[in-house]
Design a binder for this molecule. Structure first.
Ligand SMILES: Cc1cc2nc3c(=O)[nH]c(=O)nc-3n(C[C@H](O)[C@H](O)[C@H](O)COP(=O)(O)OP(=O)(O)OC[C@H]3O[C@@H](n4cnc5c(N)ncnc54)[C@H](O)[C@@H]3O)c2cc1C
Length: 382
């Protein structure tokens, strides 16, 4: 089915970004996967060419286009060349972290940080998860105790995307230890603050070039001017922004299904067994037909979610539906595509193996799929 969410400007943007990906990502991606991290130059070049801070107003150095269709293009084009990690880092920065600054930062904070974020000089992260709590966000034990004009921050975070490269981190911390949700605030911690340390860059099964890491805060003195929004409102802010993060997973899930299908279809036409292409066996044809159908259906749903988000109408439960269903589809599709590749599907030199490894996390992060079903269920009054 023809996609209806894109205009001529989107197509031009896709062409420009595809060119950028071919030039600045493809030649380096294998090395980044080995290093477990992308280069800082990638960020600077992305900033220079206008691919960061698309939704940031021009007054703060951004492109001033509040349209998630552009974010979808960035995700789709990076996954198309199996650079899922690079896409995930940029996606987190553009679509997840920057919107917190746009929505909750005051004028002084916007002027202080947004231009550097748009230039790729300030890489961002958001640190919610801790070793002892992930899904139960209100149970975070990182504390930020007010002392005069500062907060004294103590705690540990883990699994933080862009953890090593990040210069500016939104840290979810308790400012009122007696409260659960209402005791949570968002503090902006900056590279170089005394007591802010990086832990391990974590070894993962997939997303190899993503510098997912541990962060430590030991008596970090965070000026009160680095509080994002109001004290005690952090949980509410997170709930407002998380729909975007979940739709992002849906977008990348469908893009991964499409890419997996494309390379598998090609493989099925070329590879022969028993004297004929493996695609001509009824089982292969049916599997490909099923995957094509489900991916197409997912695409329509996700595109509609993008439209709803742009119109300010995307609900938390619809974003949760998109996230859980498409990420489960992605896992099924890449698994079947590996199967159709036979032994070659298990070899890392074949992109389908990489897509398989990158897929597994999709039902875990941005809120597990079980939590997504909780959100949907609760919205049904049960
Ligand atoms: C590669 C990667 C990148 C990440 N990036 C970030 C990041 O940038 N920032 C950040 O803050 N976090 C990040 N995370 C963390 C991620 O969001 C958490 O791992 C996730 O929310 C789950 O939390 P947990 O690991 O503590 O699992 P737990 O919460 O311990 O859950 C374990 C299991 O119990 C289930 N469960 C828990 N509660 C319920 C319930 N109420 N009902 C039913 N089942 C339940 C879960 O669904 C899951 O299956 C990242 C994780 C990974 C793997």
């Amino acid at each position: 089915m023809e996609r209806t969410i894109f205009t001529e400007e989107h197509h031009m943007f896709r062409d420009a970004f595809r060119h950028f990906v071919e030039k600045e990502i493809v030649p380096y991606n294998d090395q980044w996967e080995k290093d477990g991290i992308v280069s800082r130059e990638l960020w600077l070049k992305a900033g220079e060419q206008g691919f960061l801070g698309l939704n940031v107003p021009e007054a703060y150095g951004g492109a001033g286009v509040d349209d998630f269709g552009y974010s979808a293009i960035i995700a789709e084009e990076t996954i198309r060349v199996y650079a899922t990690s690079a896409g995930a880092g940029i996606g987190l920065h553009n679509d997840i972290v920057l919107p917190y600054f746009l929505a909750f930062a005051n004028e002084e904070q916007k002027r202080r940080w947004l231009p550097g974020m748009c230039r790729g000089e300030l890489i961002t992260a958001i640190a919610m998860t801790e070793p002892n709590t992930g899904s139960d966000l209100a149970a975070v034990s990182t504390t930020a105790i007010r002392e005069g004009d500062s907060y004294i921050l103590n705690g540990q975070k883990t699994f933080i995307t862009n953890g090593i490269l990040s210069d500016v981190v939104i840290v979810v911390a308790k400012t009122d230890l007696a409260m659960r949700h209402k005791g949570i605030s968002l503090l902006v911690v900056e590279r170089g603050m005394e007591g802010f340390k990086r832990g391990r860059k974590l070894e993962k099964m997939g997303l190899k070039a993503q510098d997912t890491a541990e962060l430590y805060f030991e008596d970090v003195v965070v000026p009160a001017s680095n509080l994002l929004g109001e004290e005690g409102q952090g949980f509410y802010y997170l709930m407002r922004q998380l729909a975007k993060e979940r739709l992002n997973v849906g977008i990348s899930a469908v893009a991964a299904c499409e890419t997996a299908l494309e390379i598998t279809l090609e493989y099925c036409k070329e590879r022969t067994a028993f004297g004929k292409p493996i695609g001509s066996f009824q089982n292969s044809r049916f599997k490909l037909a099923e995957m094509k159908t489900e991916t197409e259906i997912a695409r329509v749903f996700v595109d509609r979610c993008i439209e709803d988000l742009n119109a300010g109408k995307l609900t938390a439960e619809t974003a949760a539906m998109a996230k859980w269903w498409t990420s489960e589809l992605q896992k099924r599709v890449v698994d079947q595509c590996v199967q159709l590749h036979g032994g070659y599907g298990y070899m890392l030199e074949y992109p389908i193996a990489r897509l398989y490894l990158d897929a597994r996390v999709q039902s875990i992060y941005a809120g597990t799929n079980e939590i997504m079903k909780e959100i949907i269920g609760r919205s049904m009054g049960v």
